[in-house]
Design a protein around this ligand. Structure first.
Ligand code: KMT
Ligand code: NI
Length: 172
């Protein structure tokens, strides 16, 4: 895992876009983003049990796996959105970026590789992309009903109760 401020320069979303300014883990913690490096899958089982996650699936995001719809998928993952539930991703192979909005509404880019596990809190605005190698395999954890519906950023979603709760929980 490596986190840094996104450079906001034009160019393919899959490039690094590294401004050269690092974001430290304590800053991510303040945003409510939880990060672990886990090599033993049993530790994922433990975490899942603690947070009442019962189900999971494995997704491969690559042109080989997705064929013609790959480019379209990658673009859709990159639309800024939030969820009304946590999003847990455990990277099993390859790499990708989760971008999350900072307190000041800037993008923090988080590079995730094998054995990285991230928990994004409900209500945080974020987006995802593969990197220039176009390959990631990730376990997606979910509770009973996957509440993954991405709610794209806009005036209505800005006042979503889960968004409000997230912002309140971040205020010291
Ligand atoms: C997401 O939430 O954008 C995804 O699930 C993308 C694939 S998982 C790395
Ligand atoms: Ni999401």
């Amino acid at each position: 895992m490596r986190a840094y401020w996104f450079d906001n320069q034009p160019g393919d979303q899959r490039e690094l876009h590294d401004s050269g300014r690092t974001v430290d883990p304590s800053y991510l913690q303040n945003l409510g983003v939880i990060y672990h490096n886990i090599s033993d899958e049993k530790d994922v089982d433990k975490l899942a049990a603690e947070r009442s996650y019962k189900n999971r699936d494995l997704i491969t995001v690559s042109p080989e796996k997705m064929g013609d719809v790959y480019e379209e998928k990658v673009k859709s993952f990159f639309h800024e959105h939030l969820h009304e539930d946590e999003e847990i991703r455990y990277i099993r192979d390859g790499a990708g970026f989760f971008d999350v909005r900072s307190e000041g509404d800037e993008w923090v880019r988080i590079l995730l590789e094998k054995d990285d596990l991230i928990i994004l809190p409900a209500g945080i605005y974020h987006r995802f992309t593969t990197d220039s190698k176009n390959y990631i395999v990730a376990t997606r954890l979910f509770k009973e009903e996957p509440k993954w519906t991405p709610l794209n950023r806009g005036p209505e979603v800005d006042v979503n109760p889960f968004r409000k709760e997230y912002l309140q929980s971040r205020t010291p």
